[in-house]
Design a protein around this ligand. Structure first.
Ligand SMILES: [Zn+2]
Length: 106
């Protein structure tokens, strides 16, 4: 996971001296599970046509909003079930196993 983090931060040209602060920020956010959700839409169900991370405060204000970002828990050897949205931790699990994130269980 650390290696993936450095690869992502390098792609955004985040200086090494700043990476520890980015890590603290992300760790802090993940510690508020239940209040915050971070994830990605999966093409072709993406809302805009570039890679972007959704950071959302919970709970959702409407059923319609919640339906746009469905979380499908993993099962068996899968990190996620069938869904057009994947949480960051699901994506990391899939990529660490050398998989590819898709709508179907992966
Ligand atoms: Zn999106």
């Amino acid at each position: 996971m650390e290696e993936i983090g450095h690869t992502v931060l390098s792609s955004f040209d985040v200086p090494t001296s700043m990476r520890v602060y980015v890590s603290y920020f992300l760790i802090g956010l993940s510690g508020t599970e239940g209040l915050l959700r971070m994830g990605f839409h999966i093409p072709p169900f993406n809302s805009v046509y570039h890679l972007h991370l959704h950071v959302q405060g919970l709970p959702y204000r409407s059923v319609r909003s919640a339906a746009k970002y469905p979380i499908s828990p993993g099962f068996g050897g899968y990190s996620k079930g069938m869904s057009w949205f994947a949480e960051v931790k699901q994506v990391i699990g899939i990529l660490e196993r050398g998989g590819r994130v898709g709508v179907m269980p992966c």
